[in-house]
Ligand binder design. Structure first.
Ligand code: SAH
Length: 360
């Protein structure tokens, strides 16, 4: 069964992430926030299905089928207007339960689009959930194994917020890497090594002591790779996540458990750790010759421009006993006070492809 290396045996896999991180810190000193977040989330997603009422949080595709259907329509519309290339691949990053993929593929099929299905997912528990809804899929641990030919139709909803971030903290001495230490048996953030100012975007260097700056090298690396793939193979990517349009200082790392905020430094691996996506940094990493960036737009605006009001009305006509539930879902997805404003939609489109619907 096992082919673990001696190093892995010294820190057994069955140890909890809290135990592993504590041993690592005792042996080598504090770990980076990125390493803490990576260890915690790998365990979190590998060991549970966190979605829905009995879980920790709810995502847009789990709120209503309308979300996945409109994502599918957006992709199908681009595909039709680009001349219906035959060898297209639907690619989803972090597909959760597979609900979005199932809804999007159903909508695409109505437009005559039946792509291969390529899911990038590391969690064995969630792969099983996805298999139940999209049995025809192929699974990948990373982008590396995706088909190298044929346009990619890529979707990522609430994927990038789960990827590890670095935090930098300003003190009166300058900017430091923010680390996670063990203080009296508890994990706690602490200023680490001093960094040169060159790490910090020029407009943010003068922030006051105490300021925190976040960056996600993992997200930027994937943005760059997606951009390169789309430039080479054609296609488009739709990225939906909560985040900000401009890079700025401020801490957004948060933990959620049972639909409530929790302490991110407590029980790593037992709660969902996320951070806002910096769409400015993301777009800069994705931008390259052969790919255009559209947006970000607010999720509410995008869904309205895609016709969510009409879709909700049609669903309610077909199932009058569900009209109230459908209206609640529509408003939860689009209302600026709910998911409509905080969530943003960004697209990358291959340069030979037409302008996408509903995104400037
Ligand atoms: N898109 C889904 C789920 C969002 S939760 C929805 O909207 O409901 C984050 C998803 O990303 C989960 O499926 C999780 O297992 C996956 N994930 C997290 N980190 C990952 C990584 N490094 N590589 C691949 N998948 C990852």
């Amino acid at each position: 069964m096992s082919n673990r290396s001696p190093a892995a045996r010294a820190l057994p896999e069955q140890a909890s992430p809290a135990e592993r991180l504590a041993r690592l810190i005792a042996a080598n000193g504090p770990v980076s926030v990125a390493q803490y977040m990576a260890e915690a989330n790998a365990h979190y997603y590998a060991t549970r299905d966190p979605f829905g009422r009995g879980g920790d949080f709810v995502t847009a595709p789990e709120i209503s089928q309308m979300f996945g259907e409109l994502v599918g329509l957006w992709l199908a519309d681009l595909w039709v207007r680009s001349g219906r290339p035959r060898d297209a691949h639907y690619v989803e990053l972090g597909p959760g339960r597979g609900t979005l993929a199932a809804d999007a593929l159903r909508a695409m099929k109505k437009a005559g689009l039946a792509p291969t299905v390529e899911l990038v997912e590391t969690s064995p528990v969630l792969r099983e959930a996805q298999r139940a809804r999209v049995p025809q899929a192929r699974w990948h641990d990373s982008l590396d194994g995706l088909p190298a030919e044929g346009p990619l139709l890529v979707v990522a909803n609430e994927f990038f917020d789960a990827l590890p971030i670095r935090q930098l903290v300003k003190t009166e001495h300058g900017w430091h890497e923010r680390m996670v230490a063990l203080i009296e048996g508890r994990f706690a953030p602490a200023a680490g090594p001093l960094l040169g100012d060159s790490f910090i975007p020029a407009p943010l260097r003068a922030a006051p002591a105490g300021a925190i700056l976040e960056a996600s090298p993992a997200s930027c690396a994937i943005a760059q790779e997606l951009g390169a793939r789309i430039a080479a193979q054609g296609g488009a990517a739709l990225i939906v996540d909560y985040g900000h349009v401009r890079s700025s200082v401020g801490e957004t790392l948060q933990a959620v458990r049972a639909h409530d905020h929790a302490d991110p430094w407590d029980e790593p691996g037992e709660r969902d750790l996320t951070a806002h996506v910096d769409f400015e940094a993301f777009a800069a990493a994705a931008a390259q010759p052969g790919v255009r960036i559209h947006g970000p737009a607010e999720q509410g605006e995008w869904l309205r421009a895609m016709g969510i009001d009409m879709r909700a009305a049609a669903l309610a006509r077909a199932a009058p006993h569900r009209a109230e539930e459908i209206e609640q879902a529509r408003s939860r997805l689009t209302d600026p006070e709910e998911m409509g404003r905080l969530f943003k939609v960004l697209a990358m489109v291959g340069s030979g492809w037409p302008a996408p619907a509903a995104l400037p």
